[in-house]
Write a protein that binds this ligand. Structure first.
Ligand code: ZN
Ligand code: ZN
Length: 565
């Protein structure tokens, strides 16, 4: 049933709703059967973070309306691992789908905790499965294979169907010394490869990078060295989910005779979960934040949240000297054991500059190997291809350039067939050749305050526009014959108050409004829409002349008969 020797006419399709053409918001669908009888399996349901193009938006989800409508044909959601870009949307979106969710213990435990935090524990059917499990989710048989990454329990999925076998790589790297959890089970991938893999759907994040990613053990060595050299306090910030990194910090602290203080709720929660699931020795003790003040400066390591510059996380609060229990002073060392996610550069720089201003020694991945990527570079991809021996390849988890780079690399490595499939495109994987056969509605949903809105909702576009050009609001009251009863009311929002000639902007706009009204013959002024439009144009052109930018303008006119008053 693989390597092209299956005779089944059954069709297997692949449909990414997020994650293909971006790093984030992973959500992939596999479908078996044809047309309305097609049964679906969802792999991952993650989020991405907003940038300057989405002002005010808290979090971004994939638009899942296609599968929402098809939910009676959705058999399950399988989660590969507990990174936010793979499981961050489950709490908000899975209730709409109402299907069982499967995850290995670390992921399932974190998800259950999160569900409890939001009072959603009864809304989600979370099923915990052991590492290496096989699930029968008819018409799919799914096998979990343990990979290495930057979080415990990253899984590849072998998806077996009547049409053939797909290997969904999940996020992975080849790390034989991963510090936390088992090393990558490349042997199992090899066995699966020997049985026959038709299509490999593969992580593309580092497909443009030559060589191999260094190991977590290399980071552990660097940290240990840095801890020995530091004379005073040390603070390390990293992704809370990176349990291997937490263990490296613990080991380095022990070797340099220091106590550890975990600072930040997310950090303490992960430590809890890692203990419960066997990734941290429960015997390891942490000192409470309250006792931080009693520890000698050369005997302490802080393990902090906030590696992405998040304003409310521990590192940013320490940098603003606003943390209730923890302060750092000149001569202390701060290590950013992390990579800055694109979009977060400004926030991270802000925090790091504050720390430098405080006289702290700042160490980032630019200075020393204090971070390694959790994704495969080219030599690792080649080794994986050799193990899995797929007949064809579809790249995922990457921006356009990463996807393209992997297709080209796979070709150089001897995989004959490859296809770029973007979010919303339905590709037939089997029977081959790989072909795009359809397109479905896809896109993004925004969590905006308490609401989840479509990215097509006008509000966010308006906000973006207002953030660049501001707005002028004009209201005026006229008689039915078109005479102004009182002075028009003008409100500026985000528009400069004075012109270059030091004239008041609202004065100039006021004159423009009155000028437009007077320029229109009285009988025509009765036409409300015509007059409002004329004022709007007049204001925009006046503002453009003095400011050089086209502001937004809203006009609201009221006509009354003075005899009615
Ligand atoms: Zn990941
Ligand atoms: Zn990922």
């Amino acid at each position: 049933m693989a390597n092209g020797d299956n005779n089944s006419d059954t069709e297997l399709v692949y449909l990414p709703l997020g994650g293909s053409g971006e790093i984030g918001m992973n959500c992939y669908l596999y479908g078996v059967g044809e047309g309305v009888r097609r049964q679906w399996l969802m792999v991952d349901l993650g989020i991405t973070f907003p940038g300057p193009m989405e002002p005010g938006v808290d979090v971004i989800f994939p638009d899942i309306r296609f599968i929402e409508e098809e939910r009676q044909n959705l058999v399950a959601i399988v989660l590969t691992h507990a990174h936010e870009d793979h499981f961050g949307a489950v709490i908000d979106l899975a209730p709409r789908l109402d299907v069982p969710i499967y995850a290995t213990p670390f992921t399932a435990t974190l998800l259950k905790l999160k569900a409890m935090q939001f009072g959603m524990e009864n809304e989600l059917q979370i099923n915990e499965v052991e590492l290496g499990s096989r699930l029968d989710l008819k018409p799919f048989a799914v096998e979990f294979v343990t990979m290495a990454h930057s979080i415990p329990e990253p899984n590849a999925l072998v998806i077996r169907t009547e049409a053939g076998v797909v290997l969904h790589s999940g996020d992975w790297k080849i790390d034989h010394t991963p510090i936390a959890g088992p090393a990558i089970n490349l042997e199992r991938i090899r066995e699966v490869g020997n049985e026959g893999v038709d299509v490999l759907i593969c992580d593309s994040t580092n497909a443009v990078s030559e060589g191999r990613s260094p190991s977590e053990a290399d980071v552990a060595k660097t940290l240990s060295q840095l801890f020995k050299e530091a004379k005073r306090r040390i603070a390390v910030t990293t992704f809370a989910s990176n349990v291997a990194r937490i263990r490296s910090v613990i080991d380095a602290a022990r070797d340099s005779g220091r106590e550890i203080v975990a600072v930040g709720r997310a950090m303490r929660r992960i430590i809890e979960v890692a203990r419960d699931t066997g990734y941290l020795d429960p015997a390891i003790t942490f000192v409470g934040e309250d006792d931080f003040g009693y520890l000698p400066r050369d005997k302490v390591v802080l393990l902090c949240t906030g590696s992405q510059g998040e304003a409310r996380a521990a590192m940013a609060r320490i940098a603003r000297d606003e943390h209730p229990n923890v302060t750092l002073n000149a001569g202390d060392t701060v290590i950013f054991s992390s990579r800055t996610i694109p979009g977060n550069e400004r926030a991270v720089n802000l925090v790091q500059n504050r720390l430098v201003d405080m006289g702290l020694d700042l160490i980032t991945d630019r200075d020393a190997r204090v971070h390694v990527s959790g994704h495969p570079r080219r030599d690792e991809l080649a080794e994986y291809y050799q193990a899995a021996k797929p007949r064809s390849l579809v790249p995922m988890h990457g921006e356009a350039m990463h996807l393209k780079a992997q297709i080209e690399w796979a070709q150089q490595c001897g995989i004959g067939e490859g296809l770029m499939v973007r979010n919303g495109e339905m590709a037939r994987l089997l029977p081959g050749p790989l072909t795009i056969i359809d397109e479905v509605p896809s896109g993004r949903l925004f969590r905006d305050g308490h609401l989840i809105i479509s990215s097509e909702d006008k509000s966010v576009r308006d906000r973006r526009k207002l953030s660049h050009v501001g707005a002028v609001y004009v209201s005026a009251v006229l008689t039915r014959k078109g005479r102004l009863i009182a002075e028009p009311h003008i409100v500026l929002s985000g528009v400069p108050e004075e012109t270059l000639a030091a004239e008041d902007m609202d004065e100039i706009i006021y004159e423009s409004v009155v000028g437009v009204i007077n320029s229109i013959p009285k009988p025509r002024r009765k036409n409300k829409e015509l007059l409002e439009e004329a004022i709007r144009r007049g204001v925009r052109s006046t503002v453009r002349e003095v400011w050089g930018k086209k502001t937004e303008c809203r006009v609201s006119l009221t006509f009354i008969d003075p005899r009615d008053i």
